[in-house]
Design a protein around this ligand. Structure first.
Ligand code: NAD
Length: 251
């Protein structure tokens, strides 16, 4: 099940947190992996070494997904140059710049929209042509429970993550006829650097709202990515999978 031998993947923001866990999980199932990172070359190299240890091919690609079309095209080109094809794109890179609406400034709004929504769009735009040519592909977008239910203090983040769901469904519809699927994962609260600074009261409140009653791990999310990347998920597209302890129960 979920054998990814012979497949190649590009994971944005793959040097830590969920991206790191996804890169390692894909490699664990047999995929070769291109790890995009923005600033921390050392952390990316550490993930790369682990993947090499698994006997898979790996490259690290520096690049900022928020910089738009050319930057995203360059990352895809680098991965294609190394592997020849990319079967799986994971749009994972994301940031928060939390503030209440009345206090949110343009920099906070723009940074989050540019990274969490425009980044995945330009990455998808760049990978669409080679995937269309190959007549197969898997695009996996990292949304969030916040994008499905809203979250006070996260207007920018929730809007970007909700927008990403719209992008996911549109990508799924546009590319379906060529065997390309696009799905989103919407994690709830997962322990990573992104959530490390949350005040304990906020963490406890979120736990209280979560039917399963505890915070998820990066491996819970990585397992969902492996599934969406697999051949077994060929008939699944345009879906949003909550990996959130039940905090959002979609119909
Ligand atoms: P993290 O901060 O630990 O990791 C994010 C990674 O993305 C970092 O390596 C960072 O350098 C990279 N990144 C950020 N901006 C980038 C850019 N412009 N270009 C390239 N790389 C960039 O966060 P995480 O918790 O691992 O989050 C990963 C994704 O999952 C994000 O999209 C986040 O919104 C989403 N998510 C996380 C949670 C959670 O609870 N941790 C919940 C829901 C959704």
């Amino acid at each position: 099940m979920f054998d990814l031998t012979g497949k190649t993947a590009l994971v944005t923001g793959g040097s830590r947190g969920l991206g790191r866990a996804i890169a390692l999980a894909l490699a664990g199932q047999g995929a070769d992996v291109a790890i995009n990172y923005r600033g921390n070359a050392e952390a990316a190299e550490e993930v790369a070494q682990q993947i090499t240890g698994l006997g898979r091919r790996v490259i690290t690609i520096q690049g900022d997904t928020s910089e738009g079309r050319e930057a995203c095209e360059a990352m895809v080109k680098a991965a294609l140059g190394e592997f020849g094809s990319i079967d799986i794109l994971v749009n994972n890179a994301g940031i928060t710049r939390d503030n209440l609406i009345m206090r949110m400034d343009a920099e906070e709004w723009d940074a989050v929209i540019d990274t969490n929504l425009s980044g995945p769009f330009w990455m998808t735009r760049a990978i669409a042509r080679p995937m269309l040519k190959a007549r197969s592909g898997r695009i996996i977008n990292m949304s969030s429970a916040a994008g499905r239910m809203g979250n006070a203090g996260q207007a920018n983040y929730a809007a970007a993550k909700a927008g990403l769901i719209g992008l996911t469904k549109t990508t799924a519809r546009e590319l379906a006829s060529r065997g390309i699927t696009c799905n989103a994962i919407a994690p709830g609260l997962i322990t990573t650097d992104l959530t490390a600074d949350l005040p304990e009261t906020a963490t406890e409140a979120l736990k209280g709202m979560t039917p399963l009653g505890y915070i998820g791990s990066v491996d819970d999310v990585a397992a969902a990515a492996v599934y969406f990347a697999s051949d077994e998920a060929r008939y699944v597209t345009g879906q949003v999978l909550g990996v959130d302890g039940g905090i959002v129960m979609g119909s």
